[in-house]
Design a protein. Sequence first.
Length: 455
Amino acid sequence: MVAAGWVARAGSADDEAGLTGLSHLMEHLLFKGSRVIGTRDIEEELLLLDRQDRLFDEILRWRGKALRAEVGSRKRDKLEQQIRDSEGELRDLRRRARSLAALGEYSLHYSENGATQLNAHTLHDLTIFYVTLPTERIELWFWLESDHLLQPVFREFYKEVQVVREERRMRVDSTPTGLLDERLRQRFWQSHPYASPTLGLPADLDRLRREDAYSFFSTHYGPGNLTAALIGNFDPKAVRQLAQKYFGHLPATPPTPDKTLPLETHRAPGETLDASCVCPTQTQVLYPTVPFGHPDSTPLDVLAGILNGRTGRLYRSLVLGREIAFATSAAQNSLHRAGYFSFAAEAKGETTPESLLVAWDSELLRLTTEPIPESELEKVQNRLTADAFRRLKDPVSLLQQMLVFDALGDWRHLNRWPAEVLGVEPEEIQEVARRYLKPTDRTVAFYRRSEAEYP
């Protein structure tokens, strides 16, 4: 078996204002095939898709006029009737187009040839697509992937918008802290591109057009913005020939330049979000740190390692010692454009969110003022490097890491990181803690259990 995949260096941070969720929608649309795959009559189907687009543009214009018209007026009633009639016509066009589409043909080609784990994910900086298939079927992968990169057809566009809307309802709107977590990230990132939610905002999703998707695709899905990788038992020379044969048809494009400024220009530090929810009482804290590839990134990873785990300082102190928390976690997140360090704790009993923050500050003070024992650091370094090597065992896991790290800046990070971890000194950990985990720079969230709604 071979794990094969590719990454586009475009994610939710690349969504334009008013078009949030478009990068994630692109992940859905690329499974819909091309002018060759997924259709029974491409010419007739394209005519119906174009008619859907024109009708949807009219619906958007009428919605805007209806919002501006006086509630209860004859003008507004007439516009709303036009919208209902046009939405019915749009549904009919979608049914007719669907009858001409061979939906699922793209994935069917894979499954009929022994492929498994066909999937894709959208993150802040990237979108990855991957599958595993028998070695003798590698050429199938090159054909299918190059085909929908060369001539994609975003069929069932308006249905997939609703699929993303439903995904957002399930993962954000209907979860106890989903909307609060979204507000926290927006407060932390402010005007930075990372403030854009991956699943989009409802109002933005409702006005996405197929033309927007093609524009996004042409901007971000050219070869200059893509990297492909294969892992398994195959002939590298033959694979290079296949890459030239199939991907060589894609017109050359340069990489898309970053569209961001340093994090400091985008955010207002010291924000606090205090809210009630149908959830356990908890505290979350975010600090601005460093992006992928920065020299301080690895010491911050080791700092998180000292704090995390059943033998980490947070669990021993807040869960076992003071018995004020059920669970704790800390993490360094080094993204392409910026990074952040996070702390989270779930309260136990009558513990308040403020008490969790005080306990966190106490642990930070201890960490920055008291020497870190060599034995503790060595134990953490061994655990982190062992976990890193374990992640190399599974081909799909290895493929995902290579693609993600390549999109963030350099896939060779996979090879360098364990040695960098082993080289971190205690003083470096204390220095990055003092430099980045400052109370004046952080954004804090207190989530309080709503007694009226939570048993």
